[in-house]
Write a protein that binds this ligand. Structure first.
Ligand SMILES: [Cu+2]
Length: 135
C-alpha cells in the first residue's frame, strides 16, 4: 500500500513536470515568434543614419521591418556561414544584385526614403524575401 502511494506521487510529479515543461517551451516558442515580428531590435541610429540589419541565412530575418521615413537609411545584410541561395540577393529599388560573401556584412544605401516607400529584397530565384516599409 505504502509503495503504491509513493509510485503514485512519483507519477503525479512526472505529469506536473511534463505539463510545466510544455508551457515553458510553449512560451519560449511564442516569444521567439514575436521577436521575429517585432522590429526596432534590428534598427540602430548612428550619426543621423538609421541602419537596419537583416540576416540572410536560409531566408531573411526579420521578414518585415517598419521604419521611419525621411531619414538617411542604410540596409545591412548580415551573412553567417550562408551557403544557401539567400546569399544571392536582389534589392531592385536600390539597383543592388550580388552574391554575398558566406560570412560578412554588406551595406546597401537606401538614400532618404519617403513615407509609404517600400523596399523589397529577394533571393535570385525569388523564393525568399523580406520587406522594409517606411512610414
Ligand atoms: Cu532562392
Amino acid at each position: 500500500m505504502q509503495r503504491n502511494k509513493i509510485l503514485f506521487f512519483i507519477f503525479i510529479a512526472g505529469v506536473i513536470i511534463s505539463i510545466s515543461g510544455y508551457f515553458i517551451l510553449g512560451t519560449n516558442l511564442l516569444s521567439n515568434l514575436e521577436g521575429d515580428v517585432m522590429q526596432s531590435q534590428n534598427v540602430e541610429i548612428k550619426d543621423g543614419v538609421q541602419y537596419v540589419t537583416v540576416t540572410a541565412k536560409g531566408g531573411y530575418s526579420p521578414r518585415n521591418t517598419q521604419l521611419e521615413a525621411g531619414m538617411p537609411t542604410k540596409l545591412v545584410i548580415k551573412t553567417e556561414s550562408t551557403y544557401d541561395c539567400s546569399a544571392a540577393l536582389i534589392v531592385r529599388s536600390a539597383s543592388f544584385q550580388k552574391l554575398l560573401q558566406p560570412t560578412g556584412e554588406e551595406v546597401i544605401d537606401l538614400g532618404i526614403p519617403k513615407p509609404g516607400e517600400k523596399v523589397r529584397g529577394t533571393c535570385s530565384m525569388g523564393m525568399y524575401n523580406f520587406s522594409i516599409n517606411f512610414n
